[in-house]
Ligand binder design. Structure first.
Ligand SMILES: [Zn+2]
Length: 391
């Protein structure tokens, strides 16, 4: 009786083990995969980590030859090819995948999502857009919207960009207010070029509605009113920037001065600018103020401004202005002063840049959108002296 029970205890696990084996008839393949795959795959990973992309591509290529069934491996290779600019190879890889095998709908979609990125990277925006719009709305919606938004910005299709960003904001919970306000500004700029001022004004009001800190909208509203010879109104719009983002006042300083000049109220303009400079200490405000004072009140007043600045915040550009005023005012040995001033001007001349705080792109001119990374308002409002900043 005791022996009988003992045998049963052994038999039950034996059948369990048999069943387990039967369910895994391709166990041989599993073993071969788990030995072949890791060596090539991890070799690839190793090269990736040490930034040896060409060798990583080779290793992933080998890994695919050993395990041609794995879509993930193909995607890894495809992403690497994209990253290294071998877009043709990436496109062929993904098209081959689509054509050469039986795929579930889900697998087809995941390949098309990769292909859409290939086309985007290759600048084939129409093809990319077509694939993205056809992708499953649930699984790929946010991914599609993100890439579509990049496409519309690159192609300057601002209305579609507004729609896409608005939808993306709903789906992702991330704010796109600043971008959307710039899209409206871009549409407005086109209307301004067509001299459709009232339409442009409506679009700019919408930009301010989207983002109340949109300084660009107020700058453009000022420009339109100035174009319509409504100078007082133009100044009102430009002055609004002080209550939005005062660091951008440098962008309207010379507009304000020349508009006051038209109105024959240059003194009012100078005192507004002087107040702005007192409060916000922006170099670009000082430069406009200095030039305006030099032109309207003469070299002695301009020299005073430069000297005061030089004492408070010594800089080559203020020294340049001091010497320039002296040279014009002839209050000193002209030849030497002029030589010194020219030397300083040449030294500081070409080093001032607007540097993107997202990607480091250096621009000579101010841009609302970084030419390097397409970010909005990522260039500082004031240029910086690159060489001095690096020291
Ligand atoms: Zn950038």
């Amino acid at each position: 009786m005791v022996e009988f029970e003992f045998w049963w205890l052994l038999v039950i696990p034996f059948f369990f083990a048999l069943g387990w084996l039967a369910a895994r008839v391709d166990i041989k393949q599993i073993i071969s995969e788990s030995t072949d795959l890791p060596s090539a795959y991890f070799k690839g990973l190793h090269y990736l980590i040490s930034n040896q992309y060409d060798k990583a591509i080779e290793a992933f290529d080998d890994a695919i030859k050993l395990n041609n069934d794995s879509l993930e491996l193909h995607f890894a290779l495809g992403a690497l090819l994209r990253k290294t600019g071998q877009i043709d190879r990436a496109i062929n890889l993904h098209i081959d995948l689509l054509e050469q095998r039986e795929l579930s709908l889900e697998q087809q979609e995941s390949i098309k999502a990769e292909l859409a990125q290939d086309y985007f990277k290759a600048g084939l925006y129409d093809r990319s857009e077509e694939l993205l719009l056809a992708l499953n709305r649930e699984r790929y919606y946010q991914f599609s919207l993100n890439t579509l938004l990049e496409i519309y910005v690159k192609e300057r299709e601002w209305k579609k960009a507004v729609e896409t960003a608005t939808e993306l904001e709903k789906v992702s919970g991330v704010s796109f207010r600043v971008s959307i306000s710039h899209f409206y500004c871009e549409i407005a700029v086109n209307e301004i070029l067509n001299k459709k001022y009232s339409l442009a004004k409506k679009l700019l009001a919408q930009a301010l509605e989207e983002s109340k800190n949109c300084t660009r909208a107020n700058i453009l509203l000022g420009d339109i009113h100035s174009e319509e010879k409504l100078y007082e109104e133009a100044i009102v719009f430009w002055k609004k920037i002080e209550f939005q983002q005062p660091e951008y006042l440098g962008l309207v300083a010379s507009k304000i001065i020349s508009t006051f000049q038209i109105l024959n109220k240059i003194n009012e303009g100078l005192s507004i600018l002087a107040r702005f400079f007192d409060i916000y200490k922006l170099k670009s405000l000082l430069n406009v103020l200095y030039e305006a004072v030099l032109a309207n009140e003469g070299p002695n007043q301009a020299e005073n401004i430069a000297r005061k600045e030089l004492i408070k915040r010594p800089s080559l550009s203020a020294l340049d202005q001091l010497f320039q005023a002296q040279a014009i005012g002839k209050t000193n040995k002209i030849d030497n002063i002029e030589l010194i001033q020219q030397t300083i001007k040449n030294t500081i001349g070409d080093r001032r840049f607007y540097m993107c705080n997202q990607c480091g792109f250096k621009a000579r001119q101010f841009h609302w959108q970084c030419p390097g990374c397409n970010a909005w308002e990522s260039l500082p409002s004031e240029p910086v002296d690159i060489i001095l900043e690096n020291k």
